[in-house]
Design a protein around this ligand. Structure first.
Ligand code: WTA
Length: 571
């Protein structure tokens, strides 16, 4: 069944005010995402409708209605306010995908806090970098992750509260607080913080080429884009059971794993378990999932398991499939068409854009391998980086640029306004991704225009890895680049020179790998370390990663004698 919406028709006189109207938002009025994702749906008569159907990795299940979301997020919001947390303070969520994470997300917004979701898989150094930069006031975490917080707490003087949502009180340390969602009474009336359009909402950390990760600052007005793109691109309808694989530590897990679906009053199914083809198909079958938002690496893993496994399950409930995060190769689209009877629709966007900006719109013919066309209301082009002019020639590659602003574009990088300003040229927001546009207006992704590594859809910053590598006593110099990988698209590879007295070998390689895994995360861990005598540098001594990257990808390195300052500096 294709969507009733006609892409060409709605693109013609599109205006974001259509979304404002549907949401009942009036310019200058209040707009609190937490309220929009719970209370408003109850006011619209959806009190008893399931909002969250949750399944844990051990098969335990919990269901929350929209009224539960409202009452329980009120309860957490009142609790946080009672602790003395003020509007505008950063409150971090550092948990697996348990119900507390989703409900506390709404609660923090409801009390006016800025919610800072971080992957629970982060090691202590990755965690510290982000909490220190954000000046985080409180962190909500689980017993299994609190050890990482303990090890860095004395380096975080601004962190006033460590709240453990599943605590065994007898095992808590001084200055840690136990909180239990089940024991917190539902709160009927809570005075929701009267956020207006530009009030900060979510702070997502994302990686760039230079420096440590940057805090992408979203505002409550982002809802206007997230609501409508969720409705139109994910093709959400009232009876849908929607499943988004993404963790809320990543922008997909908040824009489309919380805000988009819930503001539309859609039932979400959440599985807090890692990849397993059988588990995933079984989850779809059991909950009669209709719309599924996934990612290319996951699809490639499913492909590897084969079509026979698919046939063991009844997946006929599925109606619409979308993908995000990395290039969706044509083979993956064709495979899903054959195996699941539906093509995956690619969606392209970034932490900074806050919402899907280029996509295979439902009902629009899918060209396997292409990302599709700009979402109505998003003016996009590819720019020639030398002239700064839009390229009008079909097939010619340039950098994807988007005309600013639109409701969900970030408003700044936390404590780094200069870094934010550098993302713009003549009113265009520069994505730092390269693509071409064909004669039908479809975008074809080519690659990133910077040194950020995309592994399985997760962006990791080379600088963060290199800084961590340099902390290992054996490492004198380090460079990190992406190397090709058949499933994850890229994995991290490190080039390292050793300090005096150290000799290379497999033991040292493994030791350094584990060192990074513990400090940062399994994703940031190099899958290979090459010990070298020296690293390619510019005349002023800056390491040139792109030479190493080209080597890994079998691409021409270019004339090394002309190596000048890296023009990408500052990205
Ligand atoms: C890449 C993710 C190709 C791209 C929501 C982008 C993609 C970065 C696609 C943003 C796609 C995302 N095809 N590449 N459909 N979607 N990317 O900030 O390089 O984690 O700039 O946000 O992922 O990653 P981020």
């Amino acid at each position: 069944m294709s969507s009733v919406l006609d892409y060409e028709e709605i693109s013609q006189d599109f205006d974001w005010s259509a979304s404002e109207k549907e949401l009942g938002y009036v310019e200058g009025g209040t707009i609190n995402i937490g309220w929009y994702c719970s209370d408003r749906l109850c006011d619209l008569g959806l009190r008893k409708k399931p909002a969250l159907i949750w399944e844990g990795h051990q098969g335990d299940e919990r269901t929350y209605t929209f009224d539960d979301l409202r009452l329980r997020s009120n309860g957490i919001a009142r609790y946080l306010r009672g602790l003395g947390l003020e509007p505008g303070e950063r409150v971090c969520l550092f948990m697996d995908r348990i119900p507390e994470l989703y409900i506390a997300f709404l609660a923090i917004l409801k009390m006016g806090g800025i919610v800072q979701p971080l992957y629970s898989a982060f090691g202590e150094e990755s965690l510290w970098t982000r909490l220190d930069d954000a000046g985080t006031a409180a962190i909500l975490t689980q017993r299994k992750h609190v050890g990482k917080v303990r090890r860095i707490r004395d380096r975080l003087p601004g962190l006033r509260y460590v709240i453990v949502v599943d605590a065994d009180e007898s095992k808590l340390r001084e200055a840690e607080i136990a909180f239990s969602l089940a024991d917190t009474p539902p709160v009927e009336e809570f005075e929701v913080y009267p956020a207006t359009a530009e009030t900060p909402s979510v702070l997502h950390y994302t990686s760039g080429t230079t420096g440590q990760p940057k805090g992408a600052q979203h505002v409550h007005y982002s809802l206007i884009s997230q609501y409508l793109t969720a409705k139109w691109v994910l093709d959400l309808r009232p009876d849908d059971i929607y499943w988004c694989n993404a963790d809320p530590g990543w922008v997909t897990g908040t824009s489309y794993g919380i805000i988009g679906p819930w503001s539309n009053g859609i039932t979400q199914a959440v599985l807090d378990a890692g990849f397993s083809a059988r588990r995933w198909y079984g989850f779809i079958e059991k909950h009669r999932v209709t719309v599924w938002y996934s990612a290319p690496t996951a699809i490639r893993l499913l492909m590897r398991e084969g079509k026979r496994v698919v046939e063991e399950y009844d997946l006929l409930s599925l109606r619409h499939l979308c993908s995000v995060g990395e290039p969706l190769n044509a083979e993956a689209v064709v495979w899903s068409w054959q195996a699941l009877g539906l093509p995956f629709h690619d969606t392209y966007w970034q932490t900074e854009t806050g919402c899907i900006v280029i996509t295979n719109f439902p009902g629009m013919p899918v060209k396997p391998g292409s990302m599709g066309k700009p979402f109505p209301g998003i003016q996009a082009t590819v720019l020639d980086t030398r002239t700064g002019e839009p390229i009008n020639e079909p097939g010619k590659v340039g950098v994807i640029a988007l005309k600013a602003p639109w409701p969900s574009i970030i408003r700044t990088y936390w404590r780094n306004p200069a870094g934010y300003e550098r993302k713009f040229k003549d009113g265009w927001y520069m994505t730092d991704d390269r693509a071409s546009i064909d004669e039908d207006g479809y975008y074809w992704f080519v690659g990133r225009d910077d040194d950020v590594i995309n592994t399985g859809g997760h962006l990791v910053g080379p600088f963060e890895i290199e800084s961590a590598l340099l902390e290992h006593p054996a490492v004198a110099e380090a460079a990190a680049v992406g190397k090709p990988d058949p499933v994850n698209m890229e994995v991290v590879k490190a080039f390292v020179t050793l300090g005096p007295g150290y000799s290379d070998g497999e033991d040292l390689e493994i030791e350094i790998m584990n060192f990074i895994r513990k400090k940062l995360s399994a994703l940031a861990m190099p899958q290979e370390i090459e010990f070298v005598d020296s690293l390619p540098r510019t005349r002023s001594g800056k390491i040139v990663r792109r030479v190493l990257r080209a080597q890994e990808w079998g691409e021409p390195v270019g004339d090394l004698s002309t190596l000048v300052e890296d023009e990408r500096e500052g990205k």
